[in-house]
Design a protein around this ligand. Structure first.
Ligand SMILES: Cc1ncc(COP(=O)(O)O)c(C=O)c1O
Length: 408
């Protein structure tokens, strides 16, 4: 139950929340852009640099062995979190963007050809659009787009009609960052597999809110970022089915991804190292491991229940503001509210809310085609995490009303 979350304790776990911004207590409602980090993650980062800093995998001294073990432990925790059948199928990258580009440049370049189709949706973040446009241009393939209905849900009937044997890949997010829609990926994956297409799930916005089981969902590729899961920036994950990862050529060449190098012939390392060239972001990967420990310390389902309570509470309160319109009212959505207020530019609202210590996001949210779909330039977006409170929402609504009075 939501009330089993001890919010006072939880908030004290996130040191950044305890500060004043512009003379007011910080209210951080920009969690879809990046989440805050619990102290255990920050401590793990510090501790690594104070005690264990060394390059990994090749060293034989104590520090190198400790750093390698800690790095590989994070891989195990990731595998466990998403229920990957093996740790070798967990590739550590620089972020969701890095993971999607890896698939585009390896799977895409190898298995997508002239006349093939890549299916994406109108809900995608630019990082799940542009890499596919680049590959489509290079290969002479075609991009097709699953449309979005007025309420912000994907049009699954049209999706079914778009599926055919020319579709080699369906690349969709599980949750829209711009409007919060949760897509029915289980059904979408099953339908894609019926025509032989592979499916990449952009999990950037889902992994922090509910569990995702790559085996139960039969996901071919899953991409996500540590920084949206209470971990550090600069780290991401690509999960892939073993047979796909094995069939894909390496992405970048360099140290660690090789077995043997000579000027005549180079052989490549096993999974996952084949895709991890060069010295990785060791410290942040190790600190990311602490995010999973932190999440495991919270009562099961409590994050989801707390966030749904915040979503319903804020949605009701916001609707009392004259001229406010919520963009994206999908039946299933995460605690993200994208809104517009008649006659007021979203950026003006964001700038003035900051004066009240309230951090929201304004603009196109890296989803310009979605903004075009709704014929708007952008929105204001408040996105909640489990450490947010109803009192913060009350203060936000009061401040927003003052901003509206000022600007209207
Ligand atoms: C749905 C979605 N996909 C991809 C990304 C890109 O993530 P990153 O910038 O961490 O690579 C984001 C970031 O906002 C996102 O929300």
């Amino acid at each position: 139950m939501a009330d089993t979350l001890n919010l006072a304790k939880i908030r004290s776990d996130f040191p950044i929340l305890d500060q004043q911004v512009n003379g007011k207590p910080l209210i951080y409602f920009d969690n879809a852009a990046t989440t805050q980090k619990p102290k255990v993650v920050i401590d793990a980062l510090n501790l690594y640099y104070q005690k264990d800093n060394a390059n990994i995998h090749r060293g034989i001294h104590a520090l190198a062995e400790r750093a390698t073990a800690a790095y590989e432990l994070t891989r195990k925790k990731i595998a466990n979190y998403i229920n990957s059948p093996s740790i070798e199928q967990v590739i550590i990258t620089s972020g969701t963007t890095g993971s999607i580009n890896l698939v585009a440049q390896t799977f895409g370049r190898t298995f997508i050809g002239k006349g093939d189709q890549i299916l994406i949706s109108n809900l995608e973040h630019h990082s799940n659009i542009v890499p596919w446009q680049m590959i489509a241009d290079e290969k002479g393939a075609e991009i097709k787009v699953i449309p979005v209905a007025d309420n912000g849900e994907l049009d699954i009937q049209t999706y079914k009609t778009l599926l055919n044997e020319r579709v080699k890949l369906v690349a969709v997010n599980q949750v829209s960052n711009a409007i919060g829609t949760i897509n029915p990926i289980e059904e979408m994956i099953q339908l894609a597999h019926e025509v032989g297409a592979k499916v990449l799930i952009d999990g950037a916005q889902s992994v922090a809110h509910f569990e995702i089981d790559v085996q139960a969902l039969d996901i071919d590729f899953l991409a996500f970022s540590a920084h949206k899961l209470f971990g550090p920036t600069g780290v991401g994950v690509l999960y892939g089915k073993r047979e796909l990862l094995e069939a894909m050529p390496p992405y970048q060449g360099g140290g660690e991804m090789i077995k043997e190098v000579s000027f005549e012939r180079t052989t490549y390392n096993e999974l996952p190292y084949k895709f991890e060239a060069g010295t990785p972001n060791i410290a942040d990967v190790i600190a990311f491991g602490a995010s999973f420990d932190y999440l495991a310390s919270l009562p099961k389902n409590a994050i989801w229940e707390q966030e749904m309570e915040l979503l319903n509470y804020a949605t009701n309160k916001l609707q009392a503001i004259d001229g406010l319109k919520i963009i994206g009212q999908a039946k299933n959505k995460i605690a993200v509210i994208s809104f517009l207020i008649d006659g007021i530019h979203p950026q003006d609202i964001g700038v003035l809310l900051d004066k009240y210590g309230i951090a929201i996001r304004t603009g196109h949210h890296c989803a310009q085609p979605l903004m075009q779909r709704f014929d708007i330039v952008g929105t204001c977006r408040a996105s909640f995490a489990f450490y947010n409170t109803k009192e913060e929402i009350d203060a936000f609504v009061v401040a927003l009303q003052k901003v509206v009075n000022m600007l209207a």
